[in-house]
Design a protein around this ligand. Structure first.
Ligand code: PLP
Length: 398
């Protein structure tokens, strides 16, 4: 293959400070990781409660490997459905207070399998401008007509719902949003969105990737916090972040789950999640909904407050994501490197993950951080910035 077009594209990415490369972590010790022979405090992980390193999850994974093996051997509909898959799905249904739940290889696979299984040509999908790539890809794969509303703008969402209802009176209309947004850490106005989708007879898919385990009663998420779970048709989450394992899930009524088993291609045509990952997720969900989970969430909230300079958090659903919007891609990279020199891993998030010229440092906190590590990070950030910046005061639409 002639590689010069590839080299040209790589050079263009480098020129715009948009080139990415893999950096290897050689060992992990809780929240501290080793890279290139140096130890860093990790402020880049989505392991919000420290469960990925928890002894109970490690032990559960090892037990499952002993009992079922390293791989599950086949897809779920063939012989890949093991007792652990069934146990995890029953547990997730209880956790989310739905009749049923279904797990996928990843949250990405949950979204890209679910949306095209339920919606298609002739339907309309309306999504928040800042939703995660997996929701956008799922919407594109479905072949439905896609419309985008500015982040959290209810007036624009309503305009689109009204337009969609008039344009296609009998069609399915799907609204896609996240509860805690992945790159901004803010919440969607969920009660209002639920009211609107009901007013126009639309369906809601809520992605709780960053709220699962972090907010709501028993860590069940924002829908549970607001008592809206039974009014949201498709509740999605991941097992890869606060749950501490890997995988994604959808929770809802029995007909929804049965239909996904029969038509979600990422579910049908992929080998079942490994026994180790599934068993670790069971242990993760158990911990999250236990008093230990409650304690870890309280510690996480204290850590978020500490990082945000004691600025009051909105409601009980504070997110663990603190974005520091820098603007230029090269400046964000430079700040990230400067923090690394001082022993703090904070990623520079750039286009296309976030809009152009809204590159940012994305600090994610964990219950496993020590207060002195957070104070150290704050000082390092103040030193790394060319202009004074305040943590967590970013408002995407301001
Ligand atoms: C991380 C993430 C996903 C994907 O979950 P994985 O299990 O990592 O594939 C989906 N949606 C949102 C909002 C996310 O942040």
């Amino acid at each position: 293959m002639n590689s010069s077009p590839n080299l040209r594209r790589l050079a263009a990415l480098k020129a715009k400070s948009l080139h990415r490369r893999l950096r290897t972590i050689d060992s992990v010790d809780g929240i501290r990781v080793q890279r290139d022979g140096r130890v860093f405090v990790n402020f880049a992980s989505n392991d919000y409660l420290g469960l990925a390193q928890h002894p109970a999850l490690r032990a559960a994974a090892i037990e499952a490997v002993k009992e079922f093996g390293a791989g599950s051997g086949a897809s779920r509909l063939i012989t890949g459905t093991l007792a652990v898959h069934q146990e995890l799905e029953a547990k997730l249904a209880v956790f989310k207070q739905t009749t049923a739940a279904l797990t996928f290889e990843s949250g990405y696979a949950a979204a890209t399998g679910t949306i095209p299984a339920l919606f298609g040509k002739g339907d309309i999908i309306i999504l928040d401008k800042l939703v995660h790539a997996c929701l956008i890809d799922g919407a594109r794969l479905s072949g439905a007509e896609i419309r985008v509303y500015p982040h959290n703008r209810l007036d624009r969402l309503e305009e689109l719902l009204k337009w969609a209802r008039q344009k296609r009176p009998g069609s399915n209309i799907l609204v896609l949003t996240e509860s805690v947004f992945s790159m901004d850490g803010d919440l969607c106005p969920l009660s209002e969105i639920v009211e609107l989708k009901e007013k126009y007879g639309a369906i809601l898919l809520l992605d709780e990737a960053h709220a699962t385990g972090v907010c709501g009663p028993g860590g069940a998420g924002l829908a549970a916090e607001l008592g809206l779970g039974n009014r949201i048709e498709i509740q999605m989450g991941t097992l890869s972040k606060a749950v501490g394992s890997a995988g994604g899930f959808v929770a809802g009524d029995a007909a929804l789950i049965d239909l996904l088993i029969n038509s979600a291609r990422t579910f049908i045509y992929s080998t079942a999640p490994t026994p180790a990952a599934v068993a670790a997720a069971i242990a993760g969900v158990s911990l999250i909904s236990s008093p230990t989970g409650e304690q870890l969430r309280a510690t996480l909230r204290d850590n978020v407050k500490r990082c945000r300079e004691n600025q009051e958090l909105t409601g009980s659903c504070g997110s663990a994501i603190v974005p520091i919007v820098v603007g230029s891609e090269s400046e964000a990279l430079r700040a990230s490197e400067k923090l690394a020199e001082q022993g703090y891993l904070v990623p520079a998030i750039r286009f296309p993950t976030v809009p152009r010229n809204s590159a940012r440092l994305r600090v994610t906190l964990s219950a496993a951080h020590e207060p002195k590590e957070i104070l150290g990070l704050r000082e390092a950030i103040a030193g790394a910035a060319t202009e004074p910046i305040r943590l967590g005061l970013h408002r995407p639409d301001a």
